[in-house]
Every structure is written in structure tokens, then in C-alpha cells.
Design a protein around this ligand. Sequence first.
Ligand code: FE2
Ligand code: FE2
Length: 263
Amino acid sequence: MLDLDLAASWHHMYALHIDLWIDGLEEMPASLKDVGDHTACDFGKWLHGSGRRYAHLPGYANLVECHKAFHVCAHEAVALQQAGKHEEARHLLATTFSRASSDVVSAIGVLKDEVSKERGFVRQPANAGHSEWQWDASLEIGVSAIDSQHKALLQLANRIFRQDSVGSESATRAMSTFGKLLELHFSTEEMFMRRCGMPERQISDHVTAHNKILETYVLINLDIASGMVTSITDIHDTIVEWVISHVVEFDLDLAQYAENTDK
Ligand SMILES: [Fe+2]
Ligand SMILES: [Fe+2]
């Protein structure tokens, strides 16, 4: 379940931000302003948004409770620090906060197992080092044109991974095909969003995310052309990260409109 894996990494990042802020190693990130709100962090937004696809499983309610408890601790730690009680804040981080954060991670693991059982899907152990990524049913939206383009993008990203060198003719061809499919895919999605009744604000955020990816894609190509990027693995990881992160963060929201729209 790549969506659960990515959401778990958002939770880790959030906990890390609190740690760094309490130690004075970073400014308070915007995400910590609503620290007591368990629906405001990236993980919470996912859990109470597209993550609701797992709400029928018992592990979902457990995860919601664990995540709520984690934010209570986080809020307490931030409040102690703001009151100048640094040692107490640090103590809380090392004890209750750290346990609450581990509880969230364990609850994610339990939910993943339940989803696997429900699907009869057995997770393969990850290969050591870099490997190709396989499509995962948790990323499906329910609109066949969009789902098949996502799968094709992942396959193309994996084709890039199989290239011997960055500048070879076949690597250049694979990158160019990927770019063309990316543009086609974004316009397909944007057409769907405008047709399905999605609120204008949500469409505009999503389109902005598409445009950022296209800009980054152009920059990667410029870096390749100027010899600044020499590792196929780096390109592959960046590209796959886009596809998966973007699908989880934005595209899964389209699933709720899929049923009511002519696909
Ligand atoms: Fe997409
Ligand atoms: Fe998208």
C-alpha cells in the first residue's frame, strides 16, 4: 500500500519537525501552528481525506485514535517549549511523545496488514538497494483512462531505470516519451476534474501541482543535457517519487467523483 507508506513518511517528517524546533534547530514550520489539530497535518489530511477508503477496517478507527493522541502530546510539548520550559518539553519528547508517535506507526502497520488480508495481497520483501517499483492497487482511482496512464507512467519510469547511461540514445528516447505522456496525462486529468464537479479551488491547486512537475521535468532535462545529472538511479527515483507522491497527495481525491461521472 504505497499510499499508507507515503502517509507514514509524512507522519515521521512531522514528528521530526517538532523535535528540531524544540531543539532550536529550525524555525517553527507553518505546519506546527495547528499542532493540536489532528486533521491539519499532511498525514491527518490524508487520513480524513482519501485515506477514508480504509474506514471500514477496524484498524482505521484505531489509527485515528492513535493519531489524535499523538497530536495531544505534540501540542503539550510545543506549549511547554513556548512557555520556556525546554527541559520539560524535551522530557515529554523522549517519553510520552515518542511512544505516541510509535503507536501511530504501529497502527499504520496493523491497518496495512488488514488491507493486505482483505485483498489477499502478500507484500513482497523490498529488494536491497534500488529497484523498479510495481503498481499497487491502493493507487487506483476508478477512472480507467487515468489509472491506465498512471500505470504507463510508472512502467516508463522503470524503463528509464533499466537504461545503461543517462545520455544514451535509448535513455533520451525513454525520457522524451515519459514527458509526452506526462503532458497528455495531466490534460486528461484536468479535463476530468472540470467535468466531474470538483470545486474550483481544488482544481486550481491540482493544476498548480501539475505545472510544477512539468517545470521540474524541463529542469531535469536541462541538467542531463549539461552533464549535471549522471545517475540513472537519481532520475528514476525523482520521477517515481513524483508519480507516486502526486497520485497520493492529489489524484486520489478524484476517486470520490469517479462513481458519479461518465468515465
Ligand atoms: Fe495523475
Ligand atoms: Fe494529478
